[in-house]
Write a protein that binds this ligand. Structure first.
Ligand code: FA5
Length: 345
């Protein structure tokens, strides 16, 4: 009987040695050490043994049981450690593999232009001013010397919200906000990039919503030469060192005198090409000396202070700079268009 027990032990130990999974180990444990296992069965037969034999057999079967239980535990530890190692190996990251290409977003070309212009003027000592896109008639028109019924209001067809509230048609009302905030004391040196809205029919060069960047300088002894010099710096930094600036007489009610500003065509260098309609010049913005009436309405003594202002059409300069021939490309969210401006790094 005892021999049988020892043979069962050897058989179980051999199976434990060969077992390779925790599930298999559990099956072996139940098979040999479970309630219906051979050791338990053998122990049941002890009751028929002589007292002396029972003692010896009892000790032997307990030893076998303990030995097998320990062997099961030892094997379990080995298998568990192995399982952890297998998992680590399985999840090992091969850092030598090439990585997946991540699609990266990119700045919208208009945002790039805004950032470039802002940086350029900040470098010249300007600050950024902001104003509301939903504006009052008073700020958008009246303080800009465009009283109700003024014919020049027709130049800026307007989205009205109610009789006195509208979507601003230009960034010029920010001039009035800046001047009123300054309470009649100069100097003021601000730019205001922002969205503007007009009831224009959308076509290749017009959009009902577009961006402008207003510039305003108010101080003592400001002249047209300061305006021209500033615009020359802008044109050369933005379009290239060889650009010439030309001022043509124009009319804006809020500036006097007023000018349209052309730059020599950066495509042909001024010789004439399709981009400049064979004139050698390209119009980029409107500007002028702040009308004394505007200075006075906005709290400045026009005998003491002068100012100049300009309004850049952002899409138009972006179109010139990047050779884009349709303003709608900025707003159509066509990924093929936008990808052309993606970072190259
Ligand atoms: C103005 O809006 C004046 N406030 C600019 C100004 C400021 C003049 C300060 C003097 C002093 P204008 O209506 O010309 O001016 O518009 C300025 C620029 O905005 C234009 O040169 C053009 O580049 C752009 N622009 C005008 N309308 C549209 C439109 N519908 N779509 C796209 N760009 C436009």
């Amino acid at each position: 009987m005892e021999n049988e027990l020892l043979m069962i032990k050897e058989e179980a130990l051999a199976k434990l040695d060969n077992c390779s999974s925790l599930k298999e180990l559990n099956d072996i444990r139940i098979l040999y050490l479970g309630k219906k296992g051979p050791i338990q069965e053998a122990m049941k037969s002890m009751k028929d043994m002589a007292a002396e034999d029972r003692k010896v057999f009892g000790q032997t079967s307990n030893l076998v049981k303990q030995e097998l239980s320990k062997a099961v535990e030892d094997r379990k530890e080995i298998l568990e450690n192995q399982a952890i190692l297998d998992k680590i190996n399985e999840e090992r990251i091969d850092i030598t593999l090439p990585s997946y290409k991540l699609d990266q977003g990119t700045l919208h070309p208009l945002s790039t232009i805004v950032a470039e212009i802002v940086e350029l003027f900040l470098g010249m000592g300007y600050q950024i001013a902001e104003g509301p896109e939903v504006e009052t008639d008073y700020f958008n028109f009246e303080l800009m010397n465009l009283p109700k019924g003024h014919p020049a209001r027709d130049m800026q067809d307007t989205f009205y919200i109610d009789e006195n509230t509208l979507m601003r048609t230009h960034t010029s009302p920010v001039q009035a906000h800046a001047m009123l905030e300054a309470q009649g004391k100069g100097p003021i040196k601000v730019i205001c990039p922002g969205k503007t809205y007009r009831r224009d029919d959308d076509d290749a060069t017009h959009s009902h919503q577009f961006m402008q960047c207003e510039g305003l300088v108010v101080d003592k002894n400001i002249t047209m030469a300061d305006l021209k010099g500033t615009l020359e710096v802008f044109a050369r930094k933005f379009f290239g060192e060889k650009r010439e600036v030309r001022l043509r007489p124009s009319y804006f009610p809020f500036t006097e005198p007023s000018v349209e500003v052309d730059i020599s065509c950066h495509n042909c260098g001024g010789k004439g090409c399709s981009m400049c309609k064979h004139t050698g010049w390209i119009e980029i913005l409107g500007a002028g000396m702040v009308n004394p009436r505007v200075l006075e309405m906005c709290g400045f003594d026009s005998e003491v202070y002068q100012g100049f202002a300009f309004g850049i059409g952002m899409e138009r300069v972006a179109m010139l700079k990047y050779g884009i021939d349709n303003i709608r490309d900025f707003y159509n969210d066509d990924i093929r268009f936008l990808n052309q401006f993606s970072r190259k790094e």
